[in-house]
Design a binder for this molecule. Structure first.
Ligand SMILES: *Cc1c(COP(=O)(O)O)cnc(C)c1O
Length: 285
């Protein structure tokens, strides 16, 4: 499988010229930052592996991407969750639905303590050091694009969950990488960085207020709709809405005509299916 369809698109938004790296377009079944982070599973000869085991939330983008990958590779996929809400069980939607269609086996149990030699364990959200292999490709693409377009000073922004993507991007890019915490707070994100590397930490932009991951916020829904209308691009509701709110404030305070700004679109659009249902139920009337 080739992962080479990630153009850089210029947009006018917030009365500014901005660039978007369209990693959401990488591949129909395997896109966004999960495609980058799990690239090593796609490429490497993993001798004797027959099953991937992972864990996390029941609507996670990582879960869906791993299910696609396992289907492609002919591997089994076992995913551990605390609990599946009964209405989701009887009426699967979003990442959960499509992961089931890809053959995922869900276990409402604790993770096994030990794994067999033919099983590979991937920690929640793909926060593994080998994720750097695919993220290096992303950094190389950005470098090539910047050189070709004579861009001297560039700032790259992407919202973080585990922080794995932002961290390795900063490691492989000569430009400043800006990010914000979407899961947990700024201290959690910094700790995540430290668990993976000693230095090359991205700049963490602070959020104006506290948000809880996966909760519904009116301003997230409004940002999503505004972005879609003004840019014709659909962004993800879990990370990008908050990402754009934080990035917008940064641009309002720091925008510099001599600097180019690149926002990384990290996919996750399938997850919007379930989020949109929740938002429309809550806010549409
Ligand atoms: C997983 C994900 C993130 C967070 O990526 P990390 O590497 O965990 O920081 C951001 N955006 C989308 C759309 C994702 O699916």
């Amino acid at each position: 499988m080739k992962l080479d369809n990630s153009p850089v698109q210029e947009i006018n938004y917030l009365e500014k010229k901005l660039f978007i790296k369209r990693d959401d377009l990488l591949h129909k079944d395997f896109s966004g930052n999960k495609a980058r982070k799990f690239y090593f599973l796609l490429e490497e000869k993993l001798k004797g592996i027959q099953k991937i085991i992972s864990h996390g939330s029941i609507q996670s983008n990582a879960m869906y991407s791993l299910s696609s990958l396992c289907k492609l590779k002919g591997w089994k996929f076992e995913y551990y969750v605390d609990h599946i809400p009964s209405n989701l069980k009887s009426n699967p939607i979003g990442n959960y639905k499509y992961a089931l269609q890809n053959g995922m086996k869900v276990c409402e149990n604790e993770l096994p303590k030990k794994f067999n030699t033919n099983e590979l364990f991937i920690s929640e959200g793909g926060a593994v050091s080998k994720a750097s292999i695919g993220i290096k490709n992303l950094a190389n693409e950005i470098n090539t694009w910047a050189k070709k377009n004579n861009i001297k000073d560039l700032k790259v922004f992407l919202p973080s969950g585990t922080g794995t993507t932002a961290l390795y991007l900063q490691k492989f890019l000569p430009y400043e990488v800006l990010t914000c915490a979407c899961v947990g707070d700024e201290d959690y994100l910094l700790k995540q960085f430290k668990d993976l590397e000693k230095d090359y930490f991205p700049t963490i932009l602070k959020r104006e207020k506290k948000y809880h991951f996966g909760k519904l916020y009116k301003e997230f829904y409004e940002k999503y709709l505004e972005l879609k209308e003004q840019t014709n691009i659909e962004f993800d509701l879990l990370y990008d809405s908050l990402g754009w709110i934080v990035f917008q404030k940064y641009l309002e305070e720091h925008y510099d005509d001599n600097v180019s700004y690149l926002y990384i679109h990290q996919g996750g659009i399938i997850g919007n299916e379930s989020m949109l249902l929740r938002y429309e139920y809550k806010f549409k009337r």
